[in-house]
Design a protein around this ligand. Structure first.
Ligand code: ATP
Ligand code: MG
Length: 443
């Protein structure tokens, strides 16, 4: 296995201080998995035999009472580093395959790790760096596979979210899913209907942003289809056009893979062609077309994102990217500036990145578009660097100047728009005197 990363000194002290008072304490979950894989853990979780009150006594001032207290979690702030310290638990009865109705504290580490989802997440490490691995998680890390702790059907029935967690870890870590666990995921997929939109959104976002998203989405499309049935008609949909070498779903997967691994880009990629099956037409030569499908995709994306409880800002960004994914500027300054005026610099940069991924997922014969996209990106840089005018905000005159010339009401906006258009066209310099003179003539 890869070189072991070291445990942060502060975390080590948390374990030692608990041990010094006679309590058992272990690192558990994601941080141990990351350490064993030679990665730096992003947060630290400790499981202990101490009750939350006892944890409070050990750490006194250093403890911060968080919202986790009723689940037995105390956050300890050790020299600036937050460490979550949780009393050994066995989860109580599960309601609607969702979350435990009650939390019961457990006596032993073994009971605590037995309730965890996958073997790779059920490994513990003590203050001396000793590994305690009741479910052979280390073997599974070595074999790069996700396997349930215990019987998969039971575990997924306790908490349906684990179905998506398995896909998320498979995508993020590049692991496969062990056959028994995999079959159970497919068989129990309908359990996802009981899970809240927010929790599904977070796991799907992790899946989409993972390095193996394409493979996992391809293999488990029927699972994703339980929560987003709109994806299913894309599968195997023959595009019947020389521009495309994949069916709509495989094309979508390649766009996901080729786009930057951020939630906005990856969700846009997943949804960008979701309207295609409904917008399909065939011409007299037997060639397929999808006129205006981007508008249909944008319209379908909105309700999906709403169902998954996306915040307004993300929803707006994704629906804009999806709805405008066919609006490519020609690699000319005017065209780039018009798009920047309409959508702003940040969105145009994202549109171009999206375009790059979308184009890479097309037939080889049309992949030459990459140079056009490079050129558009260069033009955006140049426009920003030279502070060139592309919006009303950059214009060297404003509404007050127009009022001074005698314009009133809606005319003011109209004349400013016209001036901006003339500046973008290169007909007038963005210079106060020249603009006032031009507007004066239009009066
Ligand atoms: P990441 O690095 O992505 O945060 P993680 O393993 O830390 O991965 P978390 O969601 O933070 O994942 O959960 C922490 C630990 O809690 C897991 O490693 C696992 O042991 C346990 N766990 C979390 N959610 C569940 C669940 N739904 N069912 C069972 N165990 C769970
Ligand atoms: Mg974690």
């Amino acid at each position: 296995m890869t070189q072991l990363q070291s445990v942060a000194g502060q975390v080590q002290r948390v374990l030692e201080m608990l041990n010094a008072q006679g309590h058992e304490a272990y690192l558990v979950g994601g941080c141990v998995r990351d350490l064993l894989m030679g990665k730096e853990p992003k947060d630290w979780d400790v499981a202990t035999s101490a009750t939350p009150e006892e944890v409070g006594e050990v750490f006194g001032e250093r403890k911060t009472v968080g919202t986790g207290l009723k689940h037995g979690t105390v956050t300890v702030l050790m020299e600036g580093m937050p460490v979550e310290v949780t009393t050994y638990r066995v989860d109580g009865e599960y309601e609607d395959n969702r979350r435990p109705a009650s939390v019961t504290f457990a006596k032993s580490l073994r009971e605590d790790v037995a309730r965890r989802d996958f073997t790779i997440n059920a490994i513990a490490m003590d203050a001396g760096g000793e590994i305690i691995d009741h479910f052979d998680g280390e073997d599974d890390i070595r074999a790069r596979r996700i396997r349930c702790v215990g019987d998969p059907d039971e575990r997924f029935n306790e908490d349906g979210l684990r179905i998506l967690r398995a896909l998320r870890f498979a995508s993020k870590l590049g692991f496969s899913i062990e056959p028994g666990t995999s079959e159970s995921i497919i068989a129990n997929r309908e359990l996802l209907k009981n899970i809240s939109g927010e929790r599904i959104r977070d796991e799907l976002t992790g899946l989409l942003c993972g390095r193996n998203a394409r493979k996992v989405l391809r293999k488990y499309v029927d699972v994703v289809g339980v929560v987003i049935p709109e994806v299913l008609p894309m599968v195997g949909f023959d595009q019947r056009t020389p521009y495309h070498c994949y069916d709509v779903w495989e094309h979508t997967l390649v766009v996901v893979e080729e786009s930057p691994p951020t939630p906005i880009m990856r969700w846009s990629a997943l949804l960008h062609d979701i309207g295609k099956p409904q917008y399909f037409t065939v011409d007299g030569n037997g060639q397929g077309h999808f006129y205006k499908h981007q508008i249909g995709s944008g319209e379908m994306a909105g309700p999906i994102l709403r169902r998954l409880k996306f915040d307004n800002h993300s929803r707006a960004m994704i629906t804009t990217l999806v709805g405008a994914h066919m609006n490519v500027p020609t690699p000319k300054k005017k065209s780039v500036k018009r798009l920047m005026n309409k959508h702003g610099e940040e969105m145009v940069r994202m549109m171009l990145e999206f375009r790059r991924a979308d184009n890479l997922a097309q037939s080889e014969s049309v992949r030459g578009r990459q140079q056009e996209i490079d050129e558009c990106e260069r033009l955006v840089d140049e426009i920003v660097e030279n502070s060139e005018c592309f919006s009303l905000r950059d214009l060297a005159v404003d509404g007050r100047d127009m009022m001074g010339l005698g314009f009133e009401g809606p005319e003011i906006g109209q004349v400013l728009e016209r001036l901006l258009e003339a500046v973008i066209e290169g007909e007038i310099e963005n210079e106060r005197g020249a603009l006032i003179e031009a507007a004066g003539v239009w009066e």
